[in-house]
Write a protein that binds this ligand. Structure first.
Ligand code: IDP
Ligand code: MG
Length: 167
């Protein structure tokens, strides 16, 4: 069954110039990329993304990490991979959360590290299950940014709605 998975190339991945390497590794899955963009990460977005970890002692640090405050790169690359068993395939390639325990040839095993303050800098985020994937994809992307129909959507008309267009 086709699945969608949210992938984030985290600020350490960007700072280490790993975008190409990571996308090359992920292309082994033969999955389809159905959305991609660079995104600024507001505090609200980061806190919502990691809300299941709110009670963890490392919560504040991973918010700072995702926002790029530890790497002077205030952005992430966000992508949606789509296809058969997308979550399992992407998580396998990503490797374990703790980069020291991750399989050495996995993405996290190859490029991750643990900082002296204890943050697992593991260069990539991958959704952990279908429910989380749906929640995360809806958080990071608007319907029109995704080129396949993933989830039900609705139309709303907005009065006096302003948006930027090219001058
Ligand atoms: P996942 O990214 O493998 O799904 P989660 O448990 O969702 O792992 O944790 C989110 C992120 O928080 C991890 O990718 C990692 O950067 C960081 N993290 C998770 N557990 C720890 C920990 O025990 N110490 C430090 N950082 C952690
Ligand atoms: Mg997770």
């Amino acid at each position: 069954m086709n699945q969608a998975a949210l992938i984030l190339i985290k600020p350490d991945g960007l700072k280490k110039s790993l975008t190409g390497n990571i996308l090359t590794r992920l292309s082994e899955t033969k999955l389809e990329i159905v959305a991609a963009k660079m995104a600024r990460v507001s505090r609200g977005l980061a806190e919502e993304h990691y809300k299941h970890l709110k009670d963890k002692p490392f919560f504040e640090e991973i918010i700072r990490y995702l926002r790029g405050e530890l790497h002077d790169r205030r952005k992430v690359m966000a992508l949606v991979y789509w296809g058969k068993e997308a979550i399992k395939k992407c998580r396998e390639l990503a490797g374990a959360t703790n980069p020291e325990e991750a399989e050495p040839t996995s993405i996290r095993g190859s490029y991750g590290r643990i900082t002296t303050s204890g943050v697992y800098e593991n260069v990539i985020h991958v959704s952990s299950n279908e429910l989380e994937a749906e929640r995360e994809i809806k958080l990071w992307f608007a319907p029109e940014e995704i080129i396949v129909e993933l989830y039900p959507k609705k139309e709303v008309s907005e009065r006096d709605f302003k948006r930027a267009v090219w001058a």
